[in-house]
Design a protein around this ligand. Structure first.
Ligand code: NIG
Ligand code: FE
Length: 406
């Protein structure tokens, strides 16, 4: 099938040629074509350019999409979400509004463990339906590639069903086998004995990456090392939830083990910023989570200026970030993290694709890439960040076909 998106006000994409991930000044290199078209063939981008060059192309049978008044950006890539859950935490949200803290609720057996209880109580079909529902919310916000973590099962069957549900919804599953210690185990080490012996061998068949929550009340540095080394030994890429509330040394561990990313970083200080910038580990920033929990924002400006590979994601989950919108995250990136719109765009497209090992096909509008586009109802692509919530996404094209239209 051939789809021609024509008469677009702008096509904007992180510049090609810079490789991935993009760092430093190059993060601001967005390539903009005015009065433009994008031609998609067999799910890939065949050509992109100004309308005046369209005449020189041999076009057979094409379906046309009118892009007048719209801007095309690459389909957004959300490289950090937790969509495999049942129930919600709106009650806790109300308690937090009244002054309770996230850590207090967690320590009292609420928080992540309350979602674990709700998730275990459902069937695999319930989980599949939940992930599909969450995926459709993401799609409407412009996300065409999503990563989804397990971590609300923490028993063998629910963890594997979670990973299968993400794959069934077209996502990239990540095994978050070390998210919390479930109540049937006395301590984190006993739980890890089980998870590494009983779950890892099957999880490794379903995923390319594993993740761990390094935090007081979750997994300490030594436990995280044990979990990550076991995952690395079976060939998985490594990711960490680190420095969300406490700087426990997760940055150093991530660098030492050659992790793909460390995510959160709200508590990261100057030494961590410098170490990350000098490393290959991507820094995944989750400003919706910091906002939702009323926590300090991560040192994004310092990371970007020091040369770190910065990435933006939603952290979509029922407790710390009930937010599926990367455009909203881009807005927060500009107003709260002081990133430029250009840096925000690169951070949730090409750099996020890098974290998922997909940067050769996703995150840019260029010939040969997957034909994933978001058409923004705006005369300038920077409305992506300028428009604080609201009706911004007009149409989403996924693998060369319209997947959602307003
Ligand atoms: O990334 N911090 C740990 N995990 C999630 C929150 C999970 C939850 O509260 O249910 C996060 O913020
Ligand atoms: Fe998370």
């Amino acid at each position: 099938m051939t789809l021609l998106v024509r008469d677009l006000a702008q096509v904007a994409t992180p510049a090609t040629g810079a490789g991935a991930p993009i760092r430093g000044r190059a993060l601001r290199d967005v390539h903009v074509v005015e009065d433009a078209f994008v031609l998609c063939e067999e799910g890939e981008i065949a050509a992109v350019g100004p309308m005046r060059e369209l005449a020189s192309l041999e076009l057979g049978d094409v379906e046309e999409l009118d892009g007048r008044g719209l801007c095309a950006i690459p389909g957004l890539v959300d490289c950090h979400t937790h969509p495999c859950f049942l129930g919600d935490r709106v009650g806790e949200f109300a308690l937090r509004a009244g002054g309770a803290s996230y850590e207090e609720l967690h320590a009292a057996g609420g928080g992540i463990l309350s979602t674990v209880r709700a998730t275990r109580a459902g069937s695999a079909d319930d989980l599949r339906a939940a992930v599909e529902r969450h995926r459709s919310w993401m799609l409407r916000a412009g996300t065409t590639t999503f990563e989804g973590k397990s971590g609300y099962g923490l028993d063998r069957d629910t963890e594997l069903a979670s990973l299968e549900a993400v794959a069934a919804a077209g996502g990239v599953p990540t095994w978050l086998g070390a998210h919390a210690v479930p109540p049937e185990f006395d301590d984190a080490d006993a739980y890890l004995d089980f998870a590494l012996a009983e779950v890892l061998p099957d999880a490794a068949e379903l995923v390319q990456a594993a993740d761990v929550f390094v935090e007081q009340g979750a997994f300490d540095l030594q436990q995280a090392r044990r979990y990550l080394e076991a995952c690395r030994d079976v060939g998985l890429a490594l990711r960490l939830h680190g420095d969300q509330f406490t700087e426990l040394g997760a940055v150093g561990l991530a660098i030492e083990l050659g992790a793909r990313s460390i995510d959160h970083l709200e508590a990261t200080g100057g030494a961590g910023v410098r170490a990350l910038a000098a490393s290959e580990v991507a820094a995944v920033l989750l400003p919706a989570s910091a906002l939702f929990l009323d926590r300090p924002m991560p040192p994004a400006r310092a990371l970007a200026d020091a040369g770190a590979a910065i990435v933006l994601a939603t952290d979509f989950n029922p407790g710390s970030a009930f937010c599926e919108s990367l455009p909203l995250v881009c807005s927060l990136a500009c107003t709260q993290l002081h990133l430029a719109p250009e840096e925000a765009l690169a951070a949730c497209t090409v750099n996020a694709a890098h974290v998922l090992g997909l940067a050769d096909r996703r995150g840019r509008i260029a010939a040969g890439f997957d034909a994933d586009l978001v058409l923004l109802d705006a005369p300038d692509w920077r409305h992506l960040a300028y428009h604080l919530g609201g009706e911004l996404v007009a149409t989403v094209v996924q693998r060369g076909a319209v997947a959602w239209a307003r």
